[in-house]
Ligand binder design. Sequence first.
Ligand code: ARG
Length: 459
Amino acid sequence: QSNAMWGGRFAAGPDAIMEAINASIGFDKRLAAQDIAGSRAHAAMLAARGIISDTDAKAIREGLLTVLSEIEGGTFAFSTALEDIHMNVEARLKEVIGDPAGRLHTARSRNDQVATDFRLWVRDQIDAAVGGIEALIRALLAQAEAGAGWVMPGFTHLQTAQPVTWGHHMMAYVEMFARDMGRFADARVRMNECPLGAAALAGTSFPIDRHMTAEALGFDRPMANSLDAVSDRDFALEFLGAASICAMHLSRFAEELVIWSSAQFRFVTLSDRFSTGSSIMPQKKNPDAAELIRAKIGRIFGANVALMTVMKGLPLAYSKDMQEDKEQVFDAADNLMLALAAMEGMVRDMTANRPALEAAAASGFSTATDLADWLVRVLGMPFRQAHHVTGTLVALAEQKGCDLPELSLAEMQTVHSDIRVEVFDVLGVHNSVASRISYGGTAPEQVRAQVARWREQLG
Ligand code: ARG
């Protein structure tokens, strides 16, 4: 036969280059399980509606399970000539059960078929991503709980700002990753409608039951418009959007770990299990996992831009351009899962260097704000004047090459004569963090409350 799939219309088979540009089986084989689930639901519905016989439906449904076990067992011979997973499965079904296989594609097109398969796949990936994020959150909670009271410098502009607690810094990421989880969950709710039965684009004249197939596949309802059902990939874009934001969070944290594990910072020690050495420099222990998380995120952003670009100029309904959706989403999903798992492992294994954190917290005039606040609270100074007095004290300390608590009371009184010895209490970093008791603040008790809230929420 000149053409394996549409020999009726075609006299000649495709050029080898045509086959190469057209075939998607090399990657869409990953949709096999979803494709077979969709076909089994479709066959059951066709029989229930009297469109095919019960005997044929039974043969189709059982034959599809045979095909699935061949694919899962690695014995299935994928054919590029058969273009994609849909044609590969159907052709093999024909070999396994004979003629009834030809009735499966009644009232269906590959257009609604692939849209259904891909939704099912993305839906599973959303669940996997939510699971991966939750595991990472649990690792962060353990760090936060252990270090709720450990002080470290808080930064703005990567310049020392005010002391914060280790637990507070960890919990900041918990909040971010929890919102990522929420974004995936929101996308799942919106995408959980079934395209199957839209057929090529216009619906079908067969008396199908789209509610039945939607329900069988775990969708909330069938999609309401057949043109929309085969045309849009916004569900994949929402997945990539949520993945991109989550990836951005991972990358920021990865950047901090790279900085923190340097000899200049020494805030954390990464475990040997999540570090690498150097082939020439014996002393080296490199944070490669963090660097690769930071780098791999580029692929996820890239996938988002690539699919947006594929979709942006397409007239309704289906165009073959849309076949390019899958590799982008597969690659982004794989790398997101890998990045989440690597980050979870690093966080679980890493050790905070408390003395280094504390020393760094006390340097850089980190309690200057506490001093200004004391001048306001105790001496009744207007904040602007307190800011000025404190600034003068910082300049004095800088000139003497010391930190604020190392100035003597007499030296301080040269700047403002009312300053009293109690001021030294607020210059200590532990007192500083302990005083930040406003809701969501860095005080250990606030951090512990944040941890408890999340533990309760996650169960
Ligand atoms: N492999 C195709 C894809 O992924 C399946 C749909 C083909 N439909 C068509 N009308 N050529 O988009």
